[in-house]
Design a protein around this ligand. Structure first.
Ligand code: AGP
Length: 608
C-alpha cells in the first residue's frame, strides 16, 4: 500500500512544498522510500521517509505542478533506484503508482525488444515505457495513456505527468484508491483524502476503470473506453487523522476490514486454478532444493507463531512432509537437530523480529535452506533468508496483527500447494484448494458484515476478567491467536487451550464468571468440540461458539453463536479468526483502551 499525491495550481504555491507536506501525512501508507517530480526541476528520490527526501531536495527545486510518492515495496528492494516517480527513456513521461501490475514481466520483455531500457526492478516502470511506445502512434498523451492502461492487468492507483503538458496530470484507478481534490485554481490527486484536506474538502472518489485529467481550473473523468463520467463532488468532514484511518476510529479496525483485499493481494498472480498449481516466484530459485528437503522447521514469534502452527497442519496433511514449529526465542538456544535436508521457514510481518532473525541465522549455521514469509520487502529477515514469499498485505500500523495474519495463513496455503504438487498432491486436490482460496475474500466480507453483532457480544462480555479460548486441529492455533488478540489490547487474562487439553487442568478454572470462546466449525473435530462445550456448560461456564452457518444444534448448547461460512477444513482458520479479531477489538474499545498502541508493546520487537 503506497501513498501517492499530485498537485497542479495557478495560485503561486510551490508544488514542492505542497507535495512534501502532503507526503508527510501519508507516511502511514509506506515509508521505505520517497520521491517527487516536477516538469520544471525533474525528479528527486531517496530511500527512507519524507525527511530523507526533503534533505536531498535542491534549494532551487521549483514547479507549479508535480507528482510525489511514498513506497511500500512489493517488487524490487526499497532503494533509490526503485523509488518512484519512474520516468520513460526520454525522460518526458513520469509516473507514481500504488498497486501491483501482474503482467509487468511480459510487458517489460516486449518493451525491451522494442528498444526500451529500464533503470529499476519495479513493476511500475513498465507504465512509462508503455505510454512512451504508444505515444509514437497516438494523437495525444491522454490517448497514449489510455491505450497503455488497456494493456495492463493487475491493480493500480496512478498519477502520470508529461513534461510537454506541465499543468495537466492524469490519474487512473483499478483496485487501488484514487481521490481527486477540487480546489479554487488548484486540483489534487491522492491515495486518500488526508493530504488534500488542508487545501479543500471537496473531493471526488474515482471508481475502478476510471481515468481523470486535472488542471489548475478543472477536471474531467472518463472510462478506459473514453466514455465520459459525471460525478458530483463530496464535501468530507473527516479530520486528517480520520482520513488516514479511512474513516475508521482505529487502524486495527481498518486493517481488519481490509481482510478481503489483503487475501486478494496475497493470491494475486500466484494461483493457476485450472492446473491446481501455485506460482511462487520467490521460491523458483530453490524449487529443486525444496524437492530434496525431508523436514521443515517453522520459526516465528507471537501471532506469526500461531500462523506457523496452522501451517504445520496444512503441510503435514497435504504435502506429507514432517513439520515442527519453534518459537524464535527458544529455537536459537535449544541445540536443534538441523542439516542441509532441513528447511527453516521464518514467518514475520515486520521481517525485523530479532528472535526470529537469530533463529534463521541458527538454521543457516547448520546448513539449512532458509525461507521467509515476510510482509516488509527488503527487511532483514527477507534479505538473510535464501528465498521467500512476500505477503503483499501493505503496511500494518496497529500493534495487534490482524490482516498480516490472514495473509500469512494464505501464503502458507499457497506454499502447501506448491510443495504438495512436488510430493504427490494431485491436480484435482490442488484445484480444490485453489478454488476454495479464491472464494475466501467474499466469505470474509460476509463475516465483516456481521460486525455489529460481534460488537454487541463484546459489550455483553466486557465485564469478564478471564477468558478461555478452545479449538482443535486446524483451529487449535486459532484458540491461541484469539487469546493473544484479546490479552494484548484489553490486558485481561485470556488463554488458548487445545480443547482436548481442558480435562488435564484448565477446566478447573471454569465457573459462571469464566467465559469460553469455542471454535467449533462443522469439521472432522465437530463432535469432540460439542462434547467439550457440554463439559464447560456442566460447570456453568458461559460459552460463545464460532460455528458454521446453518448449524442449529450448537445454538441449543452455547450461550451465544457467531456464524461463519463453510470452507475447506485447512482454510477454516482464515475465516474463524476474523470474528475473534473483531471481538477483541470491540472488547478493548468498550473498555476505552488505546487499541492501536497497547501498553508495554511495540509493533516490531527488535530486541531480545
Ligand atoms: C501480534 O498481534 C503481536 N503484535 C506480536 O505477537 C507479533 O505477532 C510478534 O511480535 C511477531 O512479529 P513479526 O510478525 O513482525 O515477526
Amino acid at each position: 500500500m503506497c501513498g501517492i499525491f499530485a498537485y497542479t495550481g495557478n495560485k503561486g504555491k510551490e508544488a514542492g512544498g505542497v507535495l512534501l507536506d502532503g507526503l508527510l501525512s501519508l507516511e502511514y501508507r509506506g515509508y521505505d522510500s520517497a520521491g517527487i517530480f516536477t516538469p520544471e526541476s525533474g525528479s528527486v528520490r531517496s530511500p527512507g521517509a519524507v525527511a530523507e527526501l526533503r534533505k536531498k531536495m535542491p534549494k532551487d527545486f521549483a514547479g507549479k505542478s508535480g507528482i510525489a510518492h511514498l513506497r511500500w515495496a512489493t517488487h524490487g528492494e526499497p532503494t533509490e533506484k526503485n523509488a518512484h516517480p519512474h520516468g520513460s527513456c526520454d525522460g518526458e513521461i513520469w509516473v507514481v503508482h500504488n498497486g501491483i501490475i501482474e503482467n509487468f514481466k511480459e510487458l517489460k520483455a516486449k518493451l525491451e525488444r522494442a528498444g526500451h531500457t529500464f533503470s529499476s526492478d519495479t513493476d511500475t516502470e513498465v507504465l512509462t515505457h508503455l505510454i512512451e511506445e504508444h505515444l509514437k502512434h497516438e494523437k495525444s498523451f491522454e490517448k497514449a495513456a489510455l491505450a497503455a492502461l488497456n494493456e495492463v492487468r493487475g491493480t493500480y492507483g496512478i498519477a502520470l505527468q508529461y513534461k510537454k503538458e506541465p499543468d495537466r496530470i492524469i490519474a487512473a484507478r483499478m483496485g487501488s484508491p484514487i481521490v481527486l481534490g477540487l480546489g479554487d485554481g488548484e486540483h489534487f490527486i491522492a491515495s486518500d483524502p488526508t493530504p488534500i484536506l488542508p487545501h479543500t474538502r471537496k473531493v471526488v472518489f474515482l471508481e475502478d476503470g476510471e481515468v481523470a485529467v486535472i488542471s489548475p481550473d478543472g477536471h474531467r473523468i472518463f472510462k478506459l473506453d473514453s466514455t465520459k463520467v459525471k460525478r458530483d463532488a463530496t464535501d468530507i468532514d473527516w479530520s486528517a487523522e480520520a482520513a488516514q484511518k479511512g474513516g475508521y476510529e482505529h487502524f486495527m479496525l481498518k486493517e481488519i476490514m481490509e481482510g478481503p483485499e489483503v487475501i486478494e493481494n496475497t493470491l494475486r498472480g500466484r494461483l493457476i486454478p485450472e492446473k491446481g498449481l501455485a506460482k511462487l516466484g520467490g521460491l523458483e530459485t530453490v524449487a529443486k532444493q525444496l524437492e530434496k528437503i525431508d523436514r521443515i522447521i517453522i520459526v516465528a514469534c507471537g501471532t506469526a507463531s500461531y500462523a506457523a502452527q496452522v501451517g504445520e497442519y496444512m503441510l503435514e496433511e497435504h504435502a506429507r512432509i514432517p513439520v515442527e514449529v519453534e518459537i524464535g526465542s527458544e529455537f536459537r538456544y535449544k541445540k536443534p537437530v538441523v542439516n542441509e535436508r532441513t528447511a527453516v521457514l521464518a514467518i514475520s510481518q515486520s521481517g525485523e523480529t530479532l528472535d526470529t532473525l537469530e533463529a534463521v541465522r541458527e538454521g543457516k549455521r547448520h546448513g539449512a535452506l532458509t525461507l521467509g514469509i515476510v510482509n516488509a520487502v527488503g527487511s532483514t529477515i527477507a534479505r538473510e533468508t535464501d528465498a521467500g514469499v512476500y505477503n503483499h498485505a501493505g503496511p500494518e500500523v496497529s500493534v495487534a496483527s490482524t490482516k498480516a495474519f490472514l495473509s500469512q495463513l494464505t501464503a502458507l496455503a499457497l506454499f502447501t500447494i506448491f510443495l504438495g504438487r512436488q510430493r504427490g498432491m494431485t491436480a484435482a486436490q490442488g484445484k480444490e484448494i485453489a478454488r476454495a482460496l479464491k472464494e475466501l475474500p467474499k466469505k470474509i466480507q460476509a463475516i465483516l458484515d456481521t460486525k455489529e453483532e460481534i460488537q454487541k457480544l463484546a459489550k455483553k462480555y466486557a465485564h469478564a476478567r478471564d477468558f478461555l479460548y478452545i479449538g482443535r486441529k486446524y483451529n487449535y492455533p486459532i484458540a491461541y491467536e484469539g487469546a493473544i488478540k484479546l490479552k494484548e489490547i484489553s490486558y485481561i487474562h485470556a488463554e488458548g487451550c487445545g480443547a482436548g487439553e481442558m480435562k488435564h487442568g484448565p477446566i478447573a478454572m471454569i465457573d459462571e464468571n469464566f467465559p469460553t470462546m469455542a471454535i467449533a466449525p462443522k469439521d472432522s473435530m465437530y463432535e469432540k468440540m460439542i462434547s467439550n462445550i457440554h463439559e464447560i456448560k456442566a460447570r456453568k461456564g458461559p460459552v460463545i461458539a464460532v460455528a458454521t452457518e446453518g448449524d442449529k444444534e450448537i445454538a441449543k448448547l452455547a450461550d451465544d453463536v457467531i456464524y461463519v461460512p463453510e470452507t475447506l477444513e485447512m482454510l477454516s482458520p482464515i475465516l474463524n479468526v476474523v470474528p475473534l479479531q473483531l471481538f477483541a477489538y470491540y472488547f478493548a474499545k468498550e473498555k476505552g483502551l488505546n487499541v492501536d498502541r497497547p501498553r508495554n508493546l511495540a509493533k516490531s520487537v527488535t530486541v531480545e
